[in-house]
Design a binder for this molecule. Structure first.
Ligand SMILES: [Zn+2]
Length: 290
């Protein structure tokens, strides 16, 4: 892979952002680190797959991502700075794990030793007990809080299900999936370590009581899912895996998987009506598609 770097001039902003792509795959719907949780996850996956099949072929051929958990927390301020696109200048590198624009997918793997700085436990309602997955990079965690608060004012109650997942957690998730479903299925439905966007600390899978706090494509049809689709970009998030785009993103429709890009970039991607990969390509970023 070639490294791409772009320099963004401040102020101007916005418009030109670049970034890296990330796709993810995470072990399919699993989540957690514990066995119990894993079992629950499998159920979810099954449900999801089933519904997916009903809804589209896309899902059949793509991986879905999402799983959950992680723990750490350090942090402090780097993310915030990066978040401000109108800074003097911002160098964006799709292969720089610390960049809000980092690309993490089957073509662009995150380093095994990469752990985001400034991980923070999110201050919003969560679903699972694993402390690791309740974390996000500070700037993303704060944006998530703002989004959840805004949603609540409109009687939209959201829950955070799975955020940061460490490389090691992904290793375990993949192994467990392979053990239960076979290597082939694991390759198809589970993200390999380093290939999950959740390792960036910039992702949160959200859900609602209307879908029993699960991660399912049905979420996209709920009032909560529709609110997220219409408003997430205003808080810096995009729905990373839109419906009908699995051939580009590599993942099935995941209305619950929100990737933080910062407000400016998220708005740009939203307005383009393109997937993140397509947006990057349109901006001249030389990235490889799955
Ligand atoms: Zn996810």
């Amino acid at each position: 892979m070639s490294r791409k770097k772009w320099i963004m001039k401040s102020g101007i902003i916005a418009s030109i952002l670049l970034l890296g792509a990330c796709t993810e795959s995470d072990l399919e719907h699993e989540d957690e680190t514990t066995q119990t949780e894993l079992k629950q996850t499998e159920k979810k996956d099954t449900n999801q797959n089933t519904s997916t099949n009903e809804n589209s072929d896309e899902k059949n051929k793509s991986t879905s991502e999402d799983n959950e958990e992680a723990n750490n927390s350090n942090g402090t301020a780097e993310d915030e700075e990066t978040h401000e696109i109108d800074q003097e200048s911002l160098e964006v590198d799709v292969e720089n794990p610390s960049s809000l624009a980092v690309l993490a997918n089957k073509k662009y793997s995150l380093p095994e030793d990469y752990t985001p700085e400034n991980l923070k436990t999110v201050d919003v309602p969560t679903v699972l007990p694993n402390p690791e997955i309740k974390q996000m990079r500070k700037v993303a965690a704060e944006a998530l809080k703002n989004m959840f608060d805004a949603a609540e004012k409109e009687d939209i109650i959201l829950y955070a299900r799975s955020g940061y997942r460490s490389y090691d957690t992904q290793v375990q998730l993949f192994k467990n999936y392979a053990a239960n479903h076979g290597e082939e299925a694991a390759n198809k439905y589970s993200a390999r370590p380093g290939e999950s966007e959740h390792q960036t600390g910039l992702v949160m899978d959200v859900t609602s009581e209307s879908v029993n706090l699960q991660i399912t494509s049905d979420f996209g049809e709920t009032k909560e899912g529709k609110w997220v689709k219409e408003n997430a970009h205003n808080y810096g998030f995009i729905i990373r895996y839109p419906e009908g785009k699995s051939d580009i993103t590599g993942y099935v429709y995941e209305p619950w998987h929100l990737r933080f890009l910062g407000k400016e970039l998220a708005n740009q991607v939203f307005d383009s009506d393109l997937t993140y990969e397509e947006y990057l390509i349109e901006k001249g970023v030389d990235i490889e598609i799955q």
